[in-house]
Design a protein around this ligand. Sequence first.
Ligand code: TXA
Ligand code: MG
Length: 323
Amino acid sequence: MVDILRANQQNLKEAGKAIRRGELVAFPTETVYGLGADATNDAAVSAIYKAKGRPSNNPLIVHITTLDQAYSYGEFDDRAKKLAVKYWPGPMSLIVKRSANCPLSHLVSAGGDTVALRMPAHPISRQLLEAANVPVAAPSANISGGISPTLPAHVKQSLGDNIFMLIDGGACLLGVESSVISALPNQNVQILRPGSVDAAELSEFLAQPVDQIQNHKTSDENMISPGLLSRHYAPKSGLRMNVAEPHKNEAYLAFGAHPTSQYSLNLSPTKDLVEAAKNLFAMLHKLDDYCQQHNCTMAAAPIPNTGLGIAINDRLRRASAAK
Ligand code: TXA
Ligand code: MG
């Protein structure tokens, strides 16, 4: 079982070396913890798929630290450049065409001709990426289909036996994964996964239409982004969403003032969506554990579908999709 290591200079240097050797290193970003490996190394990238039990048709996000790296791995038109300059470093992943001589493993693209790139803002991610000095492929550090990790303990619990190092960054600041935005030629910019950046804001910034893709299918047929399957953030226990009055035997994920139930956690007593996003996955993990021990199911309060609420509802919808 892997140890949780402090994010000091020595450990980050070792982690960088480990990544260069082809090992798997889990590390914090401002969104969720990532499971990192050298994105130019086929064997290392394939170890990510194996550790997570991830289907091989589901591509990975590649983490970088400079715009020059981005422009050499992908084809950035003016729109894509505008997005990169405004939102990086930050919680946005941009899907672009792979460049002609792209050195990244084809496995990060699941064999396709596009690549998702992200420049994280978290100081520990940046120090790790600099220490590794290679682009780092990193999906969320959870078993495929499980709830994303926002604490090192979540990573240890689900992947602890399969990773080489786990760097501690405490709780992730944002708590929901990056917005996944496609900026491919000859089509509108599309939001494939909602996050902190919303469609209205993007569309105003680009002065052109931006499509919010509703991708909640149950099979991966014709999926634009195969990872965005409906049942994705799957707790072990059942979950009902938009529930104002939970049943007595349901564990409740509340938002604002709430009715009593046998066990409840409150995403935000003051109805603050930023606080709610930050708490979402950690509370889902806790409620899920409780339900597994007490043989019950979960219910989540209605969340306003604006701003970060769109991302929260997206994750709750996937978590509650029928098994
Ligand atoms: O916040 C995040 O994005 C975290 C941190 C670690 O960066 N990463 C993350 O990765 O959430 P993952 O693999 O759990 O989710 C990435 C999503 C998947 O749904 C995947 O299908 C999609 O992005 N994706 C990646 N590359 C793609 C591509 N080339 N085309 C379409 N979708 C892509
Ligand atoms: Mg994930």
